[in-house]
Design a protein around this ligand. Sequence first.
Ligand code: TNX
Length: 508
Amino acid sequence: MILSKTKVLIIIMIALISCSNKEIIDYKPTTIDVIPIPNKVMKAAGFFEINKKTSLVFDRSLKNSAGFFKQYLTKGLGIEISGKSKNYSIVFSLDTAMVGIESYRITIDKESLLIESPSDIGAFYAVQTLRQLLPPSFENGTYGKDKVRLDLLKIEDSPRYEYRGFMLDVARHFFNADEVKHIIDLISAYKINKLHLHLTDDQGWRIEIKSWPNLTESGSRSSVNNEKGGFYTQKDYLEIQAYALKKHITIIPEIDMPGHINAALASYPELNCDNKAREPYSGIKVGFSSLCIKNDVTYKFVDDVIRELSSMTTGNYIHIGGDESRKTDKDDYINFINKTREIVKSYGKEPIGWDEIVDADIESNAIVQFWGKVKNVKLASQKGAKIIMSPSDKIYLDIKYNDSTKLGLTWAGLNDIKDAYNWKPDSLIEGVSGNNILGVEAPLWTETIVTPNDLEYMVFPRLIGVSEIAWSKEENLNWKNYKERLKKHTLRLDNLNINYYKSEYFNR
Ligand code: TNX
């Protein structure tokens, strides 16, 4: 085996770190103000200082994450960390023996900050944790000194759920590629790893499909109140996806069918049973549109759309919607969902659908997203499906916080910060627990959400709590403790210039 220079260097560093004649440090269990809360934290007296002498070495496979950390330190300290000191170093080391590719370990002693992980993903999450251990003023470059101290710590961490999602509805109101990239920056700080883009709905079609050009040529112009139309070219989509991947976020594209489809019905007459194009729609009603299930051209359409989308998408999943298809006859609906799921699979992808798809032929391991009907997910679980938990009365981020919230809807009640945090995926629905649950996703529907400022207001801080439910061990979830950490965390949100909802909890 030929070892590269960096590998040798890392091995030497680790040898120095672990077997030099250093004093034995007595780390003791503790908690820290990090969200989502890590599995295991130990602390000892003393500190490690990062300054201009500090060196940074990394295994090549962890270059991406080491680079993010370096950038962050440069912004915070105003100097580049490129010292040569072997005694004071930051080391990113690959440990393929660790269980779970998203896991990481951080060990801070007086001479070194060691980050170990089995992949760049774990190292990326270690960096997000370290960010929260550094001063909040690092976030906007106002720290003003060229050295900083970190407490002596040992952290061991790995996620509870493999699926930790946020959904953005870009169909009701459009958010452009730069706006989406900004969201990616914000959510990746909380170890969210799925961005579900709701790309089509009655009010607009937002993704270029080359074989059906009118979908975007005309179908993208409309939106709720005709305030904000638009679409992603395939190039935009690829760019967003590449950006997300660097932050270990998988894009999950959704084409909502056979209902929620007016934008397509308005763009192509042949998708309607009467062969007449529908008028564009800019209201906020649901459940009034349906593809013509009996026509062959409908399946040509579905096949073309899924083929183009699959070929652009690096992730395994394609979301086919399937919700609120009130204008589709039940047998037709079942037929359509069965066929569409097969089409997705024929392009090598795994279909996801909203909970209504349980009426179709769901095989075990199918993926069903719970949003409203308990009966649907119970049945889905019995059929062996994997459930994504998006309970509308807890984590729908378009639902108002309280009666005086200006934005948002109320059909699911009110979702305060506490409601969004204080529930357990494993015990919410009888019979839906353990391995049946793939993860948690908080959706933001955008009927009333128009600007990035609106978006931030509804998402933050509720999504931060959801990230903890999705990442942290159930025994570490505690509302009172979370509330205190969140209150301190608002300093970071301020420095990041996020337009978050200022709850009365933060004044107490
Ligand atoms: C229900 S949740 C919908 C959406 C709406 C949302 C508003 C789901 C699968 N369908 O079409 O935008 O409520 O909260």
